[in-house]
Design a protein around this ligand. Structure first.
Ligand SMILES: *[C@@H]1O[C@H](CO)[C@@H](O)[C@H](O)[C@H]1NC(C)=O
Ligand SMILES: *[C@@H]1O[C@H](CO)[C@@H](O)[C@H](O)[C@H]1NC(C)=O
Ligand SMILES: *[C@@H]1O[C@H](CO)[C@@H](O)[C@H](O)[C@H]1NC(C)=O
Length: 369
């Protein structure tokens, strides 16, 4: 039921069927949309037969939407995360081999080399990332989480030559590190008394990701979700396959930080998205490209099928106070959904190979960044 051929030519490199990954997911979303449509007409009948007078036509039937959502405290986003179940329809989301006999089997991956001037070798056939701020494109943040070290690579900012505290045997895979660390300066070494985040270390590099979606429960108590896929796919009928719009409706902000124990670098609203502060060149040098979801289950052998989505990644590494992170974790724990699964660092994916990285990087400064 799920075999849908992509209307857009996914890639000349990728066999159609295998290029279909995300499409399977979209098909499910569409199926949901259809079911929801049926549900909606039933409810419309119910409304008609009840007291409600004829109302003006609107895109969303508020009554049907109310029925779908249930009471305000019900997390109607929960379970919208596509499953890796044994049901046939769910296999499409499973991670898969990146290459078979030297041929790329998936669409573009992340996190990439975001150094100015870098271009991947994967031909995206003209697909472009969102280049405006996400809010202008109708997306809202639906989650925040971070990785130990940077998954992305920015030469001279966060790369193989960076520094940090001595390796203390954490079993998460560590990504690239920044160059700020100085063992002689106690803001990089003085321990911080963490209250809300855990397994965190002063002096360490972390890459924060803020997944955004136009299908999120934007502006409601359900906006922030764990797992983040629940937030990304919360509302049906927005993310579509035909025309393929996943890279226009889903985007992630990435920003890399070294933690300091110094209140000079306090930013109180880190849950909200990438910090933009021109005085400190924060969020002002951004590479935009299309890729996939990340994490340690993927590398250059095993690829993600949640692709294509937009990435906007700050090429610079910034210092930020431990208290900024701890405040963010406190904010995460006050969300209606339980976000405690994301209040510690996750491991980092290896930086993507040239052949699985898109060739559509944009890094010229526009109106904002
Ligand atoms: C997909 O992943 C699930 C869980 O990891 C596994 O049980 C299932 O066999 C996989 N299916 C395929 C076709 O790879
Ligand atoms: C990253 O991209 C820069 C700019 O193109 C390049 O100089 C550098 O060698 C690349 N690094 C890796 C590991 O590919
Ligand atoms: C070791 O590093 C991990 C990961 O950064 C951190 O969670 C942990 O607190 C560190 N342990 C010590 C003793 O510093």
């Amino acid at each position: 039921m799920i075999f849908i051929t992509m209307s857009e030519k996914a890639s000349e490199n990728a066999p159609k069927i295998l290029g279909v990954m995300f499409v399977g997911l979209m098909a499910l979303t569409i199926t949901f949309g259809v079911l929801y449509g049926q549900e909606k007409s039933k409810n419309e009948d119910a409304v008609d037969s009840a007291v409600t007078p004829a109302t003006t036509e609107s895109e969303v039937d508020p009554f049907a939407d109310f029925v779908r959502r249930g009471p305000a405290s019900t997390n109607y986003c929960e379970g919208t995360k596509p499953k890796h179940a044994s049901a046939e329809a769910d296999w499409y989301f499973n991670d898969t081999a990146c290459l078979v006999d030297g041929v790329v089997q998936v669409l573009e991956q992340a996190g990439a080399n975001v150094t100015m001037g870098y271009k991947g070798e994967f031909n995206v056939n003209g697909r472009e990332p969102i280049t405006t701020p996400y809010f202008e494109a109708g997306l809202c943040p639906v989650n925040v989480h971070w990785h130990l070290g940077a998954e992305h690579l920015s030469v001279g900012e966060y790369d193989e030559m960076g520094m940090g505290p001595e390796d203390n045997g954490s079993d998460e895979r560590e990504g690239h590190t920044c160059h700020h660390f100085d063992a002689a300066d106690d803001k990089f070494t003085k321990p911080y008394d963490w209250q809300y985040c855990h397994d965190m270390e002063v002096g360490q590099t972390y890459e924060i990701h803020w997944p955004h979606s136009a299908a999120g429960a934007c502006g409601t108590v359900h906006q922030y979700q764990y797992p983040f896929y629940d937030g990304v796919f919360c509302n049906p009928g927005i993310i579509s396959l035909d025309p393929l719009n996943t890279f226009e409706k889903i985007g992630v902000h990435g920003q890399v930080f070294t933690i300091v124990n110094d209140e000079e670098y306090f930013y109180p609203n880190l849950i909200r998205g990438m910090v933009v502060d021109a005085e400190r060149e924060m969020g002002t040098h951004v590479t935009k490209y299309t890729g996939s979801t990340t994490g340690t289950s993927r590398d250059n052998d095993v690829c993600s099928k949640f692709t294509p989505i937009t990435w906007q990644v700050d090429r610079k590494c910034h210092m930020i106070s431990a208290s900024s992170f701890d405040k963010m974790c406190a904010d995460m724990l006050t969300q209606l959904d339980d976000m405690s699964g994301d209040t510690h660092p996750h491991g980092s994916r290896e930086t993507t190979s040239d052949e699985t990285t898109a060739n559509n990087q944009q890094n010229l400064r526009k109106r904002y960044f």
